[in-house]
Design a protein around this ligand. Sequence first.
Ligand SMILES: NC(=O)c1ccc[n+]([C@@H]2O[C@H](COP(=O)([O-])OP(=O)(O)OC[C@H]3O[C@@H](n4cnc5c(N)ncnc54)[C@H](OP(=O)(O)O)[C@@H]3O)[C@@H](O)[C@H]2O)c1
Length: 226
Amino acid sequence: MKISVLGTGMVGRAHAVRLLGLGHEVVVGTQDVDKTMARTDKDAMGNEPFSVWHSEHSSLQVMTLAKASEWGEIVVNALSGYSALTALRPLSAQLSNKTLIDISNPLDFTKGMPPTLSVSNTDSLGEQIQKALPSVRVVKTLNTLNCDLQVNPKSLRNADHDVFMSGNDAAAKADVKEILKSYGWTNIIDLGDITTSRGTEMFLPLWLSLWGTLNSPSFNIKVIAD
Ligand SMILES: NC(=O)c1ccc[n+]([C@@H]2O[C@H](COP(=O)([O-])OP(=O)(O)OC[C@H]3O[C@@H](n4cnc5c(N)ncnc54)[C@H](OP(=O)(O)O)[C@@H]3O)[C@@H](O)[C@H]2O)c1
């Protein structure tokens, strides 16, 4: 399958490599290819500049966000939550009728750490993206986990843990479920329509506290029900 990954950060990189390894055709989308390739500084998380990472994965084509959105049959949104809505809105035509796997979280770092949620309670970034792009089949998933675990859930010592999915379109959710299964996910909880993104996005403050307390991003939650 042709899958475009919008985003050159650690999430975009993790998905691009994993999807390529699973045999998909993959491209990575960025705002400005030349500028992205010319960067020489590590990012805020200490990740290598994109060009250094790309030199080890040179079979991955890098395109503008518009070209990548046009190219892919399925598109992954791994853009910063703060910019996702503004960046995706002009891509409505290119993304029309496609499944958009939305991993973004509405984290606002403008007032420092810890980040706050730029939208919550009665709305969510997932819903805002769906409203802005009504012809796109948005499926929110994987946003409750660190990117390495997103694409390799079995890397946790106890691999019996859960991932959530929210979206309005049953066929799109079925497509996404297949991709999640190919990553190694077995416990996939379909929460319902895109409004259920509110809950998974509002999990982020707890995720950030656990990250600090456990001193590791490699953890997840397990829902126990009778
Ligand atoms: N890090 C994790 O493990 C993790 C886990 C769960 C969810 N998430 C979510 O996944 C998303 C990606 O996270 P990340 O850590 O990989 O990277 P990030 O630093 O949050 O985002 C990097 C991407 O955002 C794009 N971007 C930034 N400002 C932009 C703007 N004004 N217009 C268009 N694009 C813009 C960058 O574009 P360029 O390529 O042009 O630089 C880059 O591709 C975020 O929404 C994050 O909350 C992250």
